[in-house]
Design a protein around this ligand. Sequence first.
Ligand code: ZN
Ligand code: ZN
Length: 659
Amino acid sequence: MATRKTITIQPLGFEPAVEHAACELARYLPQLADVRARVMPALGALPNNVAADIVLGVSPYLDGLGLGSLPRPHDMDDALAIIPKRSTLYLTGSNGRSVLFAAYRLLEEFGAVFVRPGPHGDVLPRKKKNLALPGRPIREKASYRHRGVCIEGAPRLDHVLDILDWMAKKKMNAFQLQFRHSGEFWRRGYNDSPEVPPAARTSRLTDDECYELDDRVIERVKQLGLMLHRVGHGWTAFTVDLPGFDWGTYDLKPPKDKRSWLAQVKGKRQVWMGIPVDTELCYSNPAAREALINEVVTYATRHPEVDLLHFWMSDAFNNKCECADCRRMTPTDWYVMLVNEVAGRIQEQGLRTRIVFLGYFDLLWPPERERLRVDSATFMYAPISRCHTHSLTDPKCDEDYDVSRPRLNQVRLPRGNRPNADIARGWLPLKLPDTFLFDYHLGSRAFRDGLGSDIGSVMAQDVKDLASLGLNGLMSCQNIRCFYPFPYLPNAMADMLWNSRQSIAAHRRKIMSAAFGKHVREVESFFARTMRAFRVGPEYQHGTVSPTEAQRKRLTEIAAFAAAAQKRFTALRKAERSNVVRASLGLAALHAQHAALIARAYLAALDGNKKAITRMRADYEARFPKVLREFAGLMDPGVGHWVRHAFNIAERQVDAAAS
Ligand SMILES: [Zn+2]
Ligand SMILES: [Zn+2]
């Protein structure tokens, strides 16, 4: 029997992420070559004569070994090094998770591509006889500090755990659980998602069950050494004893003694549209201010697991207090004043928790008088109304919009990217200590990728440009199941955040080739054709196909070529042996089907054929749960959004023509 070499792996120190890195190498290396791998028990220091093939540890453990420059230890900034010396390979980083990143970087050096989470995600090179460890050092540091995902969509626990594992492989470093618990999203995944059995819909997750799910996520976040972000909206509601767990409407009022704390809008102090989370307070009222500050500080002291605590105001706009005292300052000035107080008191408690505050809605504009006086607060800019067909710094994506601060409660959100970027630049003179972009490429817009927008290339360019807007990274507010239609978009996010200097085209080739194997050209040409076909008129008019006679020919063409592509991808998938490529082709076929359905629905509208639309809709909905189950972890139920949207438009058009 041939002797198989055994690779010994020695972890140093007791960070969970370092331990995990050792286990991951032991799991992957035997898949890459004909070797065994053995993880030694972790040591608190490196012995004089190292016998291991691979040694892993944060940089201070490797001082004095003559390994050249090592990553400087840092809680937030990630850097890694892979250094061969004599017969040992040293994997190190600026913190525990960076050592884990070094392990995955080593696997990438061997040719691995982590296309997506789960069993249909790893593309590994053909297994070799021997494993040749790198002969030259690799030293990398992240282009941006913040590289995170914030929970949205309709996930279940395994989807979140899987994306966390994938994020670590892609060197992403932060995860945000929204609200006090993330039941808003868990309930969509466990109770409302069309693929769950009807029985699951009747017994909704309790608050306790939602907290337990959050805890399981936190456990994995800590194991991977990622930064944990929590909460966001809801503080203003809890301050007046109302539920701030979700965006729900409640028939509730604050207790009598706290009603004067509500913002006064058009003469009235009341819960905004019945939605506690959308309700603002009267910040010139010292009692209201103190209660709000107390709410956040108390939470921080009870939740030391949180690394970055998001202190956001309401999730609505033009709802700020109009009382004479509040009018003395802009809403952002009141907000910054509160942030200073909250962050200061948390520091006084000896906690390391950072506070995240956001530029969003009425708070997009920088303060006029107040200045941030603490270094433990992080600013995030959230241009929710921006265009995702163009990059954020594209000045030609414009509109008639004056970027100076609007009058109180007279905000019209900017849709063009020129104003959105200009307002972001308005924060530059404040020289804030820590910043990131909070953005929505991987929300429902992603399901329209290819249908007139190339959101992946917008993402890649946006990440490259973050530094020019003074933003040190991205928190992506996104569907957890985000790998429809193509894996390129989430990969562009992760890889560009790690190394923003790489070529967009070369990176796209790498990811799409890994995902589609020898079919990559065919899929890319379909994508390019769909992109062109769905766009109507000049680039910056943002037109897309619609049910008009002028577009009948174009719609007929789309219906034909997309249906042909669906058939072709389905056939290729049947003949394909690689699980990864099969999943890619399955999702591409579904995308082609969606494109064809939109075109056919519009054609039916032009023909006044409501029956045809109704039938298409019924067929689609009948098949949808099965399709979702087939691609369970990869695609959110929201993928059907634009198809249903097209059915709605088509039906309305027929109705309007008939009346
Ligand atoms: Zn007021
Ligand atoms: Zn645009």
